[in-house]
Design a protein around this ligand. Structure first.
Ligand code: FRU
Length: 482
């Protein structure tokens, strides 16, 4: 066996050996993409190719920590039911031996082409980075084509995560980077043949007075409505009140990509998800013209070691796929329409009148459900609160217009929270609840909170209360489990 075959063989063995244990985990999700074993992080190479959606993922089959990543691969025709495909990339070559790191996919000349970062480390932990290409005729088996871009001057080896797209018959690539002064930025490349790439320099970052941390990961650039959106994950932002409280952030700027001057002229940075667990998102444009995003439903850091799923040899999952739309220069997110396929019979209660008292939802909320709540509140409502299971509280304060999600900390079990402002108040919430996560879409996706949760699984109650008067309509659906 050569190195590539050996690594693949070991990874498949790992899946086989731990299958029963992994599947016996009560916190195993029902409708989220998860690793078959080991650790999953970033979504990679997300594309609809020849009618099928392909979602690759950063994957370490051998452990629930980070290490020399593979590209795992799922495919789907409906964004809901996913099939595990053979391993796309294994870290077997001299230029990717310490990880086939994140990247993207394109359709070109009838082939599915992957651009990714080859991560190399020597025995002193010195890093090298290479941007690499792999191609496939059938979307299943990939053949590595080697290195297409080496590290240019002016940057450290934290230079990775190529995202490629076409614009006016030319190919462009953005790469997340760190300058030699250790500032985060993003670098643009241009190509006519996908093999020879010309470095056009930084399109955003310290050159333009944008000082956002020490490294930007996983850049993405796309058109939404009549604007360009630049999405990325900066590391090293300091917490600022209710902003930037996770170890690392993900967010966007809205504006215009000036291809002639290689410059993104945009708004200031806005966090795209307000919860505890969201990082390294990636989008694609599908055949219906929808811009769809997956995020990794976690953030790198200390809390990863406290996920109870590591006792079952797996960790992490993706968010649900979300369609992006732009309203007033703000990115709104809606769970893709296809997720409605999962709904079983609804239970609806309309016109629940709350006036300074609590209301207990009469049925148990399933570990796989969707809940929709519409509020009609009078001038007197000063606060609204929803408590779910024994571990999640959603609370809204009408005076400050602050909306918060509280959960039990994975480390101390004490309550911790994340918040955002809702300038025009709280109108509705749509929640996706799975065995160990909650995603709350507030005001038709104006804000989203994603969080992993590990409830005791004995309490399935939903309790709502208000101060002042509010009228609510609630619908719940149990979502089909595979
Ligand atoms: C983001 C990231 C990327 C890198 C990958 C490695 O989570 O750090 O920058 O390519 O993960 O798994």
């Amino acid at each position: 066996m050569n190195r590539d075959e050996e690594l693949r063989y070991k990874a498949y063995q790992e899946i086989e050996q731990h299958k029963d244990l992994v599947e016996s985990d009560p916190y195993r999700q029902h409708f989220h993409v998860m690793p078959p074993v080991g650790l999953l992080n970033d979504p990679n190479g997300f594309i609809q190719w020849q009618c099928t959606y392909h979602l690759f993922f950063q994957w370490l089959p051998f452990d629930t920590t980070h290490g020399a990543k593979f590209w795992g691969h799922y495919s789907s025709t409906d964004l809901v039911n996913w099939s595990l495909e053979p391993i796309a990339l294994a870290p077997s070559s001299w230029y990717d031996k310490n990880g086939c790191y994140s990247g993207s996919a394109i359709n070109h000349d009838g082939q599915l082409k992957l651009f990714y970062t080859g991560n190399v480390k020597d025995e002193h932990n010195n890093r090298e980075t290479y941007q690499c290409l792999a191609t496939s005729e059938d979307g299943i088996e990939f053949s590595k084509q080697g290195v297409v871009i080496e590290l240019p001057e002016g940057y450290t080896a934290h230079f990775r995560d190529p995202k490629v797209w076409e614009h006016e018959s030319c190919w462009y690539m953005v790469i997340g980077a760190q300058t030699t002064e250790e500032k985060g930025c993003v670098v643009l490349f241009q190509s006519h043949d996908l093999e020879n790439w010309e470095c056009k320099g930084q399109i955003a970052g310290p050159t333009y007075g944008e000082n956002l941390g020490y490294m930007w990961e996983c850049p993405d650039m796309f058109v939404l409505g009549d604007k360009d959106v630049f999405l990325f994950s900066p590391q090293g932002l300091e917490a600022d009140g209710i902003l930037y409280n996770n170890t690392h952030q993900s967010g966007y700027m809205v504006g215009e990509m000036d291809y002639h001057h290689a410059r993104f002229n945009g708004s200031s940075f806005v966090e795209i998800d307000r919860g505890f667990d969201f990082y390294a998102p990636q989008t694609t444009l599908d055949d219906h013209g929808r811009r769809i995003m997956f995020g990794w439903m976690s953030v790198p850091g200390e809390q990863e070691a406290y996920h109870p799923t590591i006792n079952y040899n797996w960790i992490h999952c993706m968010t649900v796929p979300r369609e992006l739309q732009l309203y007033n220069d703000k990115v709104y997110q809606t769970p893709v329409e296809e997720l409605k396929q999962l709904r079983e019979e609804p239970t609806t209660i309309a016109n629940i009148q709350l006036s300074d008292q609590q209301y207990v939802w009469p049925s148990q909320v399933d570990w796989s459900s969707e809940v929709e709540i519409n509020l009609n509140h009078s001038e007197e409502m000063t606060s609204f609160e929803l408590e779910l299971f024994d571990c999640i509280i959603l609370s809204y304060n009408q005076n400050s217009r602050e909306f918060s999600l509280y959960r039990n900390s994975l480390i101390t079990e004490e309550k911790e929270f994340r918040s955002c402002h809702l300038p025009s108040g709280l109108q509705n919430m749509r929640m996706f609840i799975d065995a160990s996560s909650i995603e709350v879409f507030v005001n038709n996706g104006e804000e989203v909170f994603s969080a992993r949760m590990f409830p005791s699984q004995t309490n399935q109650d939903m309790v709502i209360k208000s101060e002042g008067t509010v009228n609510v309509d609630i619908t719940t659906w149990t979502l089909k489990k595979e």
